[in-house]
Design a protein around this ligand. Structure first.
Ligand code: ATP
Ligand code: MG
Length: 372
């Protein structure tokens, strides 16, 4: 497909497409060239892919409300479907030219996810019947190369669908229809808590979130019944664990990432109308999340060690091999910490090296003076 046709398929003007083109990243997957939109651009979702004349739409950014009571009515008119927000990594699965491929958030084919999915869920019949489908979901569980969050029900890695969209247009199926279809094809889905009237949704969601809080789960995503409007809300447990993680690599996470999570806690204490004692406890927990993880990081470097992002993956030796190649191709430095075989699989623990936090912490420990 030439670029004129791409702009039509994407539904943007010719000059808008030309403007977009310079921001496209060139990649290849097993000898096939493709381009993708790696970051947010006006008019086209981040993660949109142009692949052999085909378009794979990016997954839209999900807006967040800091206050349920007022945020819900600004987004929704009538009914609100509330589903669990899972903490893992976003994946879009499509069939292109007979081949099933898994794309990560920014629109790269992930060779690891593409392969491991074959083992986790059978999408063959779904794509036979609906070749233009884009299966959107979250990969969750402790053993993956991107995000490690534990779920008691998952030992290694699992897939949970949360949207069914048209690959080319990005149009979603309504919530009810999507849930029925995935059931029919035996595809595991994220949990549906219920559908509520917009007036009662805030109190229902607060109760659900309280429950998720006790299990340290991430939160909820709310949808209009036609699934075109989305809104997310997350637990304090999730803010704290994000902060703990970010402060364990304090110079490699953007400061806005940390600030946004602190703000969430500020609004939460008002929304749940906390008394002084509960607010003080919240402050204490928040402080611990930040300080104890940072203390651990500084101590590790002080003891001569290095800090980084540690991940474990469990897959066939071939899958692990292509994953390592894929990560190194992106310029990551990996340190292999353990490498063993279990039931024919290769179980590998590696650490993605982070530069700034190691360097800066060492400099400060050596007395580097800060000009501030
Ligand atoms: P981005 O929106 O770019 O992915 P982010 O880190 O701000 O970045 P999150 O705060 O994790 O994103 O929230 C949006 C993401 O939540 C979605 O991209 C999706 O991967 C994930 N997610 C998990 N469960 C659901 C769900 N039930 N419905 C929609 N998205 C979900
Ligand atoms: Mg997420």
């Amino acid at each position: 497909m030439n670029d004129t046709e791409y702009h039509r398929t994407l539904g943007v003007g010719e000059s808008a497409f030309e403007g977009l083109e310079e921001h496209l990243e060139d990649r290849s997957y097993e000898g096939r060239e493709y381009r993708h939109v790696p970051d947010y651009r006006r008019g086209v979702e981040r993660g949109t892919v142009l692949f052999d004349g085909e378009v794979v739409r990016g997954f839209p950014k999900v807006p967040r409300t800091l206050v349920l009571e007022t945020g819900i009515p600004t987004q929704f008119e009538d009914r609100v479907a509330v589903e669990e927000k899972l903490n893992g990594y976003n994946v879009r699965v499509v069939r292109l030219d007979g081949e099933q491929l898994a794309f990560t958030r920014s629109g790269m084919v992930c060779p690891f996810t593409t392969r491991i999915l074959q083992r986790l869920v059978d999408l063959g019949a779904l794509f036979d019947d609906h070749p233009g489908a884009m299966v959107c979901g979250e990969m969750i569980g402790p053993e993956n190369p991107y995000t490690a969050h534990d779920y008691p029900e998952i030992d290694s890695l699992a897939f949970r669908a949360f949207d069914w969209r048209e690959r080319q247009s990005g149009e979603p199926l309504p919530v009810g229809e999507r849930r029925d279809r995935y059931d029919r094809y035996d595809v595991p889905q994220t949990r549906l808590f219920g559908s509520y009237d917009v007036d009662e949704a805030a109190s229902e969601v607060l109760a659900i979130v309280e429950e998720l809080e006790t299990e340290s789960r991430e939160g909820v995503v709310m949808r209009s019944p036609d699934a075109t409007t989305l809104l997310k809300y997350t637990t304090s447990a999730s803010s704290r664990s994000d902060l703990a993680y970010a402060f364990s690599l304090p110079f490699d996470y953007g400061q806005p990432f940390m600030f946004r999570r602190l703000l969430r806690e500020g609004f939460r204490t008002i929304e749940v109308d906390e008394g002084d004692e509960d607010a003080r406890e919240r402050a204490h927990d928040l402080g611990e999340a930040i300080l104890l993880s940072m203390r651990e990081a500084v101590r590790t470097v002080d003891d001569g060690g290095s800090i980084g992002e540690r991940h474990t993956v469990r897959a066939s030796p071939e899958t692990v091999e292509v994953l390592l190649e894929h990560l190194r191709d992106q310029g990551l430095t990996l340190e292999i910490e353990s490498d063993r075989r279990e039931d024919g699989d290769r179980v590998l623990t590696f650490c993605k090296r982070v530069q700034s936090s190691n360097d800066k912490i060492r400099n400060y420990l050596e007395g580097h003076v800060v000009a501030e």
